[in-house]
Design a protein around this ligand. Structure first.
Ligand code: FA5
Length: 345
């Protein structure tokens, strides 16, 4: 074969290769094409391998002709590859079904304990009460001692406590009552506040108990505050929260930090006092602990004035939410189950 034959042969190869290239429809076919021409055993490799057996004067020209053909096909290959890829992208775009309904993001809702907490804040702010908070990690002084429970006082057994150190100086507050002391140390009399927050007890989980739950605390202190003020405020609060049809019952009780103390129940919101499973067939649901602030609590808080009296109360928010929304198991609040949570606010 002379130079002319080789040039002709290469022209035919290039023309045919370009024609085939234009008919390829995807990258797999493109790769097969590339291997056929440029692979180790491809057409160009085989042609190059023949150069050594060519006449010496033809060798440089043969090399140049083969290289030029390779360059043309490489350019054509790159061009086709680019076109195919853009085409594939476009195809994917057009395969999108714009008519399909979109994925709806889950919308959150307020937790029932948050709802109850906001409602309580609203009611008490309406009565001029300020809203305070206190630390969840408390000292023995604020959680017990200042609340008229010195070391070894038997009433401490009413609260099964998570202690944080071996000396039992620090603990997770068992109730929100320590906020009473912190507020009285800080704010001058007269004062009226509520405090809402997490509380902790070494109680096992069951339908009505959790080791972590929320309480609301109330405190009103001023000259000549009486038990009548306590009754008026709490009856107003409970009727606002549960509706005006609800009846409120005060029974004597005991808390070391209030004297006298009371346990307050409302008529069952399910059976309206007739007796059902929710109220244990008593017609009443226990809702609040309360009483007149013990003089020792005033003394420990640094309040000296003789004519100053006050009342305090405390309630569990989960228990209020359970009654308000008819939830029969406190554990529901903590599962994070959207089916449960979506039913509220
Ligand atoms: C107290 O904690 C007093 N500090 C309340 C108080 C304040 C009385 C001010 C007088 C003056 P008690 O231990 O009863 O009281 O708890 C109050 C409420 O917390 C209970 O009625 C209940 O609703 C809720 N509670 C108590 N333990 C748990 C628990 N393990 N899980 C869920 N709620 C609880």
């Amino acid at each position: 074969m002379d130079e002319k034959d080789l040039s002709l042969k290469l022209e035919v190869i290039v023309a045919e290769a370009i024609q085939r290239l234009s008919k390829l429809n995807n990258t797999e076919e493109l790769e097969k094409w590339r291997i056929q021409y440029f692979g180790r055993k491809g057409i160009f490799a085989s042609m190059t391998s023949q150069i050594p057996s060519m006449p010496v004067e033809m060798k440089p020209q043969a090399g140049a002709l083969i290289n030029s053909a390779k360059r043309k096909l490489t350019e054509a290959f790159e061009e086709r590859k680019k076109n195919l890829l853009t085409l594939q992208d476009k195809k994917t775009e057009f395969n999108l079904n714009f008519g399909l309904p979109g994925l709806k993001p889950e919308t959150g809702s307020l937790h029932p304990v948050t709802l109850v907490s906001r409602e309580i804040v609203r009611i008490f702010q309406g009565l001029g009460f300020g809203v305070h908070t206190g630390p969840e990690i408390e000292t023995d002084f604020y959680n017990f001692e200042a609340l008229n429970m010195p070391a070894d006082h038997p009433a401490r057994d009413m609260w099964d406590t998570f202690y944080l150190d071996s000396e039992r100086k620090f603990l997770l507050r068992t109730h929100t009552s320590p906020v009473q002391i912190r507020v009285m140390e800080k704010i001058s009399v007269p004062l009226r506040i509520i405090a809402i927050g997490k509380t902790f007890r070494r109680d096992d989980f069951d339908a009505s108990h959790s080791p972590v739950f929320h309480q609301v605390e109330g405190l009103m202190v001023g000259p000549d505050i009486t038990f009548s003020n306590l009754k008026a405020v709490l009856i107003f609060f409970l009727k606002e929260l549960f509706g005006t049809r609800v009846k409120v019952n005060f029974l004597p009780s005991y808390f070391p930090f209030t004297e006298p103390s009371a346990e307050i129940s409302i008529s069952c919101v399910i059976c309206e006092g007739k007796g059902c499973q929710t109220c244990g067939f008593t017609g009443w649901l226990e809702i609040l602990g309360a009483g007149m602030v013990h003089p020792e609590v005033f003394r420990k808080s640094g309040i000296q004035q003789n004519n100053v009296t006050g009342f305090a109360f405390g309630a569990g928010l989960e228990r209020i939410a359970m009654i308000k929304y008819g939830i029969d198991d406190i554990r529901q609040f903590y599962t994070g189950d959207m089916r449960f949570l979506k039913q509220f606010g």
